[in-house]
Design a protein around this ligand. Structure first.
Ligand code: URA
Length: 242
C-alpha cells in the first residue's frame, strides 16, 4: 500500500498532516528516511517508523464503549449525536460501526469495529449470542414472570426464544424491581417489550455483556477504550479473522 495510506491507517494524522511529516523527514522505511507519499510499503514486512517509533499496521480495530443515554447507535444522523462522535479520529478514519443497536435511552456495553465479518457473526440469529441486560422496572416482577421468560415470551409479532429473568431486588414500597435479563436474540426493543408483556415497564436499561465481552466497571459512562488482547482473543469463538 502507499506510505501515506499506511501512516493514516496507523493514526499518525490526516493525509495532509502525513504529507507534512514526510516532508519534514519524520518517517523512515527500513531504516532510511522516506519523503514520498507514493512510496509503496508492505505492511507486514516493512519496518516503518514515525518520529523514531515503530508503527504497527492494523486492518481491524475494536472499541468498547460505555454508551451513555442520548446518543444513537448509528454512524450518522441528522438530528442526534451518534456513538461515533464519542470515539477518536482513528476510529472514524478506520470507519468503525456499532455491532448491533442499543436504543437511544439504553446505556452500557457497545462494541464498535470495522470488522464486518465479526459483526455479521455476532449478530447472526443462528449464533444465539447471549446478551445480558440490567433493567430497572416499574412494577414487581414475579416468579411467574421468570417462568414466562423461561418458556419464551409471546409478543404481538413473534415468540421470543427462552430467556433468563433474574430478580435482583424488589422494592415493594416504591413498587419497583431490579432485574437481570439474558436474551439470545436481538429484536427491536426486545427487553422492553418482554417486560411490557408481563404488564410492567422498563424505566432504565443497561447492557452488561455481549457474548464474551463484559462491561468494564472502570470505564466511565460515555468513555471508550480499545479491546485488550485477551478480549480480542475471546472473539475467536466466532471463527472469523480478527
Ligand atoms: N432491548 C431493548 O428493549 N432495548 C435495547 O436497547 C436493547 C435491548
Amino acid at each position: 500500500m502507499r506510505l501515506d495510506k499506511f501512516l493514516v491507517d496507523c493514526g499518525v494524522g490526516s493525509r495532509t498532516e502525513v504529507k507534512k511529516y514526510l516532508k519534514n523527514k519524520a518517517v523512515t522505511v527500513n531504516g532510511k528516511v522516506e519523503t514520498s507519499a507514493k512510496c509503496q510499503v508492505d505492511e507486514k514486512a516493512d519496518k516503518v517508523t514515525f518520529q523514531g517509533q515503530v508503527l504497527q499496521h492494523e486492518t481491524f480495530v475494536y472499541y468498547l464503549l460505555n454508551k451513555p443515554p442520548g446518543v444513537i447507535s448509528a454512524t450518522e444522523d441528522a438530528r442526534h449525536r451518534t456513538v461515533l462522535d464519542l470515539l477518536d479520529d482513528l476510529a472514524r478514519r478506520k470507519q468503525v460501526f456499532p455491532v448491533g443497536r442499543l436504543d437511544i435511552d439504553t446505556h452500557g456495553l457497545l462494541l464498535l469495529t470495522n470488522n464486518g465479518d465479526l459483526a455479521h457473526a455476532m449478530l447472526s440469529p443462528k449464533k444465539h449470542v447471549d446478551k445480558i441486560y440490567q433493567a430497572q422496572v416499574r412494577g414487581i416482577m414475579t416468579e411467574q414472570d421468570v417462568e414466562r421468560f423461561r418458556q419464551g415470551i409471546e409478543l404481538k409479532d413473534m415468540r421470543c426464544l427462552p430467556a433468563e429473568l433474574e430478580i435482583m431486588e424488589l422494592d415493594e414500597a416504591n413498587h419497583t424491581s431490579l432485574v437481570r435479563i439474558t436474551i439470545r436474540e436481538g429484536k427491536f426493543h426486545q427487553v422492553k417489550r418482554m417486560v411490557a408483556a408481563c404488564g410492567k415497564e422498563v424505566t432504565d436499561l443497561q447492557r452488561l455483556s455481549m457474548g464474551p465481552l463484559v462491561l468494564d466497571e472502570n470505564l466511565p459512562i460515555g468513555m471508550f477504550r480499545r479491546l485488550t488482547e485477551a478480549e480480542r482473543a475471546s472473539l475467536s469463538i466466532f471463527g472469523v479473522v480478527l
